[in-house]
Design a protein around this ligand. Structure first.
Ligand code: 13P
Length: 285
């Protein structure tokens, strides 16, 4: 099986009233965990890598690992660039076989964000690759993208409508109160704003910073029209928690596989739970 454009998965989610999980990976074990979880739940999933993940593992390695996963996978998989800011890297990802890219111009003034998104769309369209853009600032730390919380700006619904009309982008990431990384307090989503955006914007909506958001808020966000939900931190926490536990229990262990196998299992469990929460279990088609 080859990668499916994320737009195809997200439009199916939009008509089916559920959300597709987009899970970040930067190594073999986390990738395997995501795919095993998706297969166990018979769910479509989006595998995503940030520019930081690409610098860590290398684009060719990540793309080859994901291709190996897709070759034998029993469920539809998309391969997505998360938080791309450089059109050059977008082109490299398209050439490497990614089926979806995000171009994050959210730090730019509106007109520049529109121009950058259009530029990426031109390249992506020729290759049949989906494009996600972002409007409004999502606070927190995501690899190298750090936006001080005080600077964070929520997405303006009218501006979102204008942005999507002007660009023709496939999906839109919105800022409605989530943040990347570990929350200090309980996140409070601006659900009214989300509903307003949904009314005005026809394309699938994306929720970043979804780790640590209470299940009820996630369900409500899906009911109000979110179709892609990004999860990175909750996988990292489970993976490293299991690594710490294994190292403590087996201080003399010299085989990395004995430490990484339980970590991979812990990641599978987290991803399975998220898939069920998002309503995408059994939607592999
Ligand atoms: P978390 O840090 O909340 O997992 O968010 C991940 C994300 O939005 C990736 O783009």
């Amino acid at each position: 099986m080859s990668f499916v454009p994320a737009g195809v998965l997200l439009r199916a989610a939009q008509s089916g009233g559920y959300a597709v999980g987009a899970f970040n990976f930067n190594n073999l074990e986390i990738l395997q965990a995501i795919v095993r979880a998706a297969e166990a739940e018979k769910a479509p999933v989006i595998l995503q890598a940030t520019p930081g993940a690409i610098r860590y593992a290398g684009l060719d390695y990540l793309a080859a690992l994901a291709r190996a996963a897709a070759k034998n996978a029993a469920v539809p998989l998309a391969l997505h660039l998360d938080h791309g800011t450089d059109p050059g890297l977008v082109e490299e990802c398209v050439r490497a076989g990614f089926s979806s890219v995000m171009i994050d111009g959210s730090k730019l003034p509106l007109e520049k964000n529109i121009a950058l998104t259009r530029q990426v769309l031109e390249v992506a369209r020729r290759a049949g690759v989906s494009v996600e853009a972002e409007l409004g600032r999502i606070s927190g730390t995501e690899d190298e993208i750090t936006v001080a919380e005080r600077e964070a700006l929520f997405t303006d619904p009218e501006e979102a409508r204008f942005f999507v009309e002007q660009t023709g982008v496939d999906s839109l990431a919105v800022a409605v109160g989530t943040a990347h990384g570990v929350y200090r307090g309980e996140p409070r989503l601006d659900l009214e704003r989300l509903s307003k955006i949904r009314e005005l914007v026809p394309v699938p909506l994306v929720l970043h910073g979804s780790s640590g958001v209470p299940d009820d808020a996630i369900r409500e966000a899906i009911a109000r029209g979110v179709q892609k939900i990004n999860i990175d931190t909750d996988i990292r926490l489970a993976f490293l928690g299991a690594v710490r536990q294994a190292l403590t229990e087996k201080p003399g262990e010299i085989d990395p596989r004995k430490i990484l196998s339980p970590a991979r299992e812990a990641a599978v469990e987290v991803v399975r739970k998220k898939i069920r929460l998002f309503g995408s279990a059994g939607k592999a088609g």
